[in-house]
Design a protein around this ligand. Structure first.
Ligand code: CTP
Length: 401
């Protein structure tokens, strides 16, 4: 269980801090709330005191609402993370300038752990050069930011400045508190889903890949601390906070996105089912079936994305391909693909077994590397993904040469 200090400053979004507190507690974080003086004009301290089971910190000297107050040094020593949600423009300015004339400011200066700030204000205030500069100063000093979101603001305008959702804020707290994993500081690129190659504006040549395996791999890499980018080809699964997504519905768009992202990636997991062929021509609008009884669609080869980036790899990058093969001879075909595409690992699965693979929540794979084949039993895709990511991590950690 972690100890979190929740600083609440005085904006209309202060009431949402009540939900943030509840979610923090649901996730087992012991939380002490510090309110700025103006926050108390929006929400009564009794609400936070009642929910957190602790007095609410306020002025630097305590006692202003009958409680003995907190010592900022004790608070700073006892906490694992300081969260400021919502952070008004004024509070952000005060943190950037280092004011210590209230409990939040002095605790911030005394605190040595991770600080997470969730700004909330009107769009003009957020985009004012003063606020932009203050946010930049805090970021430079290692303060983490969550949000703000774009959306309908309290003043009726639509723009940037909405407090991030309580769920996103608490997910950022969890990520900031996670112990540094084996992929901390590493960038991981994952492709997921199946490309669709248009025949006309409504029809396409596609495949049955759901994206579940790529999604699971992205989650496993994220849990190990990686900065994860997912290039998603038509995946309809829920997206996670803390992962960057790029939509690439066709093989050509996926190839562009992978090429853009690959140079900065340490590991590539090429889990997408990329079309090998696409219609040579795309009809604008909808093909008219009254025009003919038969239709032939001429297909042309697409680029082999994995093969192409593998040819451009720099030392130290780890590349993982996937091979869905039919029947028992598949492992050998997959091993041959590993050599042909010059990748470090190929993950093979047998698509003749319909209980695993496409759309299923379970998978049974073999991880084929230079030194042999690791045949894994049938397991949930999340567990399978963790094993695949571990196999790639083991190669990253191999000393050079
Ligand atoms: N792949 C790719 N670009 C393509 C096709 C496939 O990058 N145009 C990647 C897949 O994402 C996968 C790996 O290559 O990681 C193997 O895919 P697969 O379709 O099995 O390989 P192919 O080279 O197309 O082999 P086959 O001759 O069996 O179709």
């Amino acid at each position: 269980m972690s100890t979190v200090l929740l600083g609440v400053s005085g904006g209309i979004a202060a009431y949402k801090a009540v939900d943030v507190l509840r979610l923090l507690q649901r996730d087992g974080h012991d939380t002490t709330v510090i309110m700025t003086r103006s926050a108390r004009r929006f929400v009564g301290p009794a609400t936070f005191a009642g929910l957190s089971g602790r007095p609410v910190g306020g002025s630097a000297f305590g006692g202003d609402d009958g409680n003995p107050g907190y010592d900022h040094l004790d608070l700073a020593r006892s906490a694992d993370l300081l969260l400021v949600a919502p952070a008004t423009a004024n509070t952000i300015a005060r943190l950037a300038a280092g004011f210590a004339d209230d409990l939040l400011g002095s605790t911030f200066l005394a605190f040595e752990g991770p600080v997470l700030v969730a700004p909330a204000m009107n769009t003009s205030m957020f985009e004012h050069p003063a606020t932009v500069a203050n946010v930049a100063v805090l970021r430079e000093r290692g303060v983490l930011m969550v949000g703000p979101d774009r959306g309908l603001l309290a003043d009726g305008a639509v723009g940037a400045g909405r407090l991030a959702t309580p769920e996103a804020i608490v997910a950022a707290v969890t990520a900031a508190l996670a112990p540094a994993g084996a992929l901390a500081g590493r960038r991981v690129l994952v492709t997921a889903g199946g490309t669709r190659e248009p025949i006309d504006s409504v029809r396409y040549v596609g495949n049955r890949s759901s994206g579940k395996m790529g999604w699971a791999i992205a989650g496993a890499a994220r849990r190990l601390g990686a900065a994860v980018t997912v290039v998603s080809a038509n995946v309809a699964l829920p997206r996670s906070e803390g992962i960057t997504y790029i939509d690439a519905p066709t093989a050509a768009e996926l190839a562009d996105a992978v090429r853009d992202e690959f140079a900065s990636a340490d590991v590539l997991f090429m889990a997408a089912a990329v079309a090998d062929y696409r219609p040579r021509q795309r009809t604008d609008g909808k093909l008219d079936k009254s025009a003919a009884d038969e239709l032939s669609v001429a297909l042309e080869r697409t680029e082999d994305v994995l093969g192409a980036v593998a040819a451009d790899r720099r030392p130290g990058q780890v590349l993982v391909g996937f091979a869905a093969e039919h029947g028992p001879a598949g492992v050998e075909r997959a091993a041959e693909k590993r050599r042909r595409k010059h990748v470090d690992l190929i993950v093979h699965n047998d698509i003749s077994d319909s209980s695993i693979g496409f759309g299923a929540d379970q998978n049974r794979v073999s991880i084929i590397g230079e030194h042999g084949v690791d045949e894994l039993p049938t397991m949930p895709k999340d567990a399978c993904a963790a094993r695949i990511v571990d196999a790639a991590v083991a190669l990253l950690d191999e000393p050079a040469g």
